[in-house]
Design a protein around this ligand. Structure first.
Ligand code: 13P
Length: 251
């Protein structure tokens, strides 16, 4: 059985004091990790402080991006080795905003996935689909090809370190996909993992849906057979709403 996963992506929001206030507000109110795994991915510059104040809480702190080289002359980049040295477990890779604003290609995403695994961390790989692609009915090819490219060269033994998030960019910060649309995307992703690796690997890999998730639509989404959790942007910035998300009632 795959543990339900509620992951926050704070994006480029919050200062250090705001992040620490948030963590203070949720302390002692989080669910048991065996029931729901909770994660907050935040800007790398204060991951260390966030980890220190949550060390006794059932929550993990993750990064939103890393570079693919471990070290070297890459001014301004974030080293995966340095992030791993903080004890960080999860890194989001290939978010649609990085693909769009920073021109990240499938090849870069693949290099970053390898860097995350090489440094002993887990990758949350985002795959995306624009409204244009959806309307042109290219969804199948597009999502499948991003999964295939992202997982190239990944060893089957590392399958349990991979989480894939179906995040159609038309549903981010807009109207969420319906539970059926989200399930279709997540099903496709799991099938692709089964084709590339094995049915057992596909069974282990957690697949999340992201795009305008809120407490009001979360339970319906997470009741779908191939949706193991959610990756939440806006709604995760408020501690009360985040607590509702991690303490959701299964349908
Ligand atoms: P919203 O929840 O704000 O739509 O963002 C989704 C997202 O991009 C999570 O990675």
């Amino acid at each position: 059985m795959r543990t339900p996963f509620v992951a926050a992506n704070w994006k480029m929001n919050k200062t250090l004091p705001e992040a620490l206030n948030f963590l203070q507000a949720i302390a002692g109110k989080l669910p048991n990790q065996a029931e729901v795994e909770a994660l907050i991915c935040a800007q790398s510059l204060f991951l260390s402080q966030m980890m220190a104040v949550t060390k006794d809480e059932p929550i993990k702190i993750g990064a939103e991006n890393v570079f693919w080289h471990d070290q070297g002359a890459f001014t301004g980049e974030t080293s995966p080795k340095a992030v791993a040295s903080l004890g960080v477990d999860y890194v989001i890779i290939g978010h649609s905003e990085r693909r769009k604003y920073f021109r990240e290609t499938d090849e870069m995403v693949n290099n970053k996935v390898q860097a995350v695994l090489r440094n002993g961390m887990r990758a949350i790989i985002c795959v995306d689909e624009t409204m244009g692609q959806r309307e042109a009915n290219e969804k199948v090819h597009w999502v499948v090809s991003q999964v295939i490219e992202a997982l190239k060269g990944v060893a089957i033994e590392d399958a349990d370190k991979i989480t894939i998030a179906y995040e159609p960019s038309w549903a981010i910060g807009a109207a969420a996909a319906s539970a059926k649309e989200a399930e279709d995307g997540c099903y496709l992703i799991r099938q692709t993992v089964a084709d590339m690796f094995s049915d057992e690997a596909a069974d282990q890999v957690r697949v999340l849906y992201g795009g305008s998730v809120k407490p009001s639509n979360q339970a319906e989404l997470m009741a779908m057979p191939n949706i193991d959790g959610v990756l939440v942007g806006d709604a995760s910035l408020n501690p009360d709403i985040f607590l509702q998300l991690v303490n959701y009632q299964q349908k």
